[in-house]
Design a protein around this ligand. Structure first.
Ligand code: NAD
Length: 483
């Protein structure tokens, strides 16, 4: 199978923060891969814009180094890197000052799609939006792409939305959550809504519970200062886990278009019940051998920020009343894995007797590593000697099922950037979704602050605090293994 690449229309993409970490690790290598795949039109251009003074030649050199370092495959080798770098330009601009904006304006072409990627701190979003308009650089069809974190609470998210809305229509604003760009996340929608098999069972009558796990092995790295102010709840749950929860729980949209999908996601967020503190466990990793503890990593010996959170979430609607959703995410855990598991109820009656044991079907959707979907089904253990039951996986691992094509699975960032150029907002968060997610998250965080909640400790590279295991154990359930 050879994947079809449909070239997008001609564009000028400006990356504010083009010299920063995210641009070098993700955005520019992603664009390079799209270039190699033949998706970038001949004349499309990428303009780096940042505060530091660089010539275009220096910027190209920097991007070439980044591609060699961060692009997994060298699709079009050195020659291709050179050809891609020829598309790049650089302009020095100050988001908070007037310098550089006329130069940027002079570089923009008429009659092509214009997209502006705000890969800078959110405190600069409003300034960039305003200057793009006051210098008449953005036209009414221009798109802006904004990165997380989109606020740190409802109030700041509302302000960011208002700052952007002063200059851009909602249809021009692309709030990126790279989890939505993952192949398997979209496949989750294909599996749910492209088959008749699953949807009739997709409710509290047949689903015992759902687990969403995003486990990382890394600590806070160089982001200690940011992370200590955020914590796992703000950094991961409010955005990534919430988006996954929405896609798994939403009603079928009438069609796969931006507003139909986002309306359904919004309804899920609005139906979330408040979570009381008995149903949340916060954790902080401890030192292991030479490796520092969370508190050492963030440089605050008294930090009460969580590097782990596990919670039981309920959705108040007809489909899900009574089915708990267990969310869990953390740093320095046993393995790097992201997974959604739909655990179905046991068959109502076992004709095979008690000794056959319990065999619940589980549909697991792995986002990383080895993206794929597996359905655990029960069959007879082969051979003579009576009816013994075993569970086997019906495996749809992309690498095996799709062969070479799986090799080409596009990275989330490159897919989403191409969606921006195509003008497709389906996989981007709408302003009201983000605000609703904060409205649900805020009281939880405020509750911790009011109670001066101290996170439980957990061993680095374990499965998290013991209390998280207990939370499920109390109700006769178990977390899936992190591996
Ligand atoms: P960074 O500090 O590495 O880079 C910041 C960039 O902004 C630099 O290019 C800098 O020149 C530019 N900049 C700073 N002040 C400016 C000004 N006044 N005018 C013009 N340009 C200015 O940051 P980063 O890690 O690349 O992150 C960028 C954004 O992406 C942040 O909002 C961050 O939260 C978000 N983000 C980053 C990552 C990541 O892995 N790095 C992941 C998710 C989200």
């Amino acid at each position: 199978m050879v994947s079809r690449v449909i070239p997008v229309d001609d564009f000028d993409l400006v990356i504010f923060g083009g010299t920063g970490d995210l641009a070098r690790r993700k955005i520019l290598p992603g664009l390079y891969r799209r270039f190699c795949a033949g998706q970038m039109p001949e004349t499309a251009r990428v303009i780096g814009a940042a505060r530091s003074d660089h010539s275009t030649e220096e910027f190209r050199q920097m991007v070439g180094d980044a591609i060699r370092e961060f692009s997994k495959k060298n699709e079009c080798e050195e020659e291709g890197i050179g050809a891609f770098l020829d598309r790049l330009d650089y302009v020095q601009v100050d988001a908070r000052g007037e310098g550089g904006w006329d130069d940027l304006k002079a570089k923009m072409r008429d009659d092509v799609i214009k997209a502006y990627y705000f890969s800078v701190a959110p405190s600069l979003f409003g300034d960039l939006a305003e200057r793009l308009m006051s210098h008449r650089i953005a036209d009414p069809d221009a798109r802006i792409v904004v990165e997380k974190p989109f606020g740190r609470d409802l109030e700041s998210a509302r302000k960011l939305n208002a700052d952007l809305a002063r200059h851009f229509a909602e249809t021009q604003i692309y709030r990126i959550d790279h989890y939505l760009g993952k192949e398997t996340v979209q496949n989750l929608m294909a599996v749910r809504f492209g088959n008749i098999l699953f949807e009739p069972l997709w409710n509290s009558q047949y689903v015992d519970h759902i687990q969403i796990t995003v486990a990382e092995t890394v600590g806070v790295g160089g982001r200690g200062e940011y992370y200590d102010r955020a914590g796992a709840m703000r950094d991961m749950v409010q955005n990534h886990l919430m988006q996954l929860l929405c896609l798994i729980a939403m009603e079928p949209p009438s069609r796969f278009n931006p507003d139909a999908v986002r309306d359904e996601k919004l309804k899920v967020i609005r139906a979330l019940e408040p979570v009381d503190h008995h149903h949340i466990v916060r954790g902080q990793y401890e030192a292991k051998g030479e490796e520092p503890s969370f508190r050492e990593d963030v440089g605050d010996p008294r930090s009460r920020t969580e590097s782990f959170v596990a919670m039981r979430v309920m959705i108040s609607n007809w489909r899900w009343a009574g089915t708990p959703f267990f969310l869990r995410t953390g740093k320095k855990l046993r393995a790097r894995t992201s997974e959604i598991a739909v655990v179905f109820k046991d068959a109502p009656h076992s004709i095979f007797g008690e000794e056959a044991g319990r065999h619940a079907n589980v549909l697991s959707i792995r986002l990383q590593p080895n993206e794929g979907i597996t359905l655990k089904v029960t069959i007879k253990e082969p051979g003579p000697g009576g009816m013994r039951l075993i569970d086997v996986p019906l495996d749809m691992s992309f690498a095996e099922a799709l062969g070479e094509e799986a090799e080409e699975i596009t990275d989330a960032y490159e897919r989403l950037i191409m969606d921006v150029i195509r003008g497709n907002q389906t996989l981007f968060m709408r302003g009201d979704e983000v605000e609703a997610a904060w409205a649900w998250t805020d009281p939880i965080i405020q509750g911790w602050e009011l109670r001066s909640d101290v996170p439980k400790t957990y061993d680095a590279y374990s499965s998290g605090p013991e209390d998280a295991a207990m939370m499920l154990h109390r109700e006769g359930r178990r977390w899936r293994e992190i591996r």
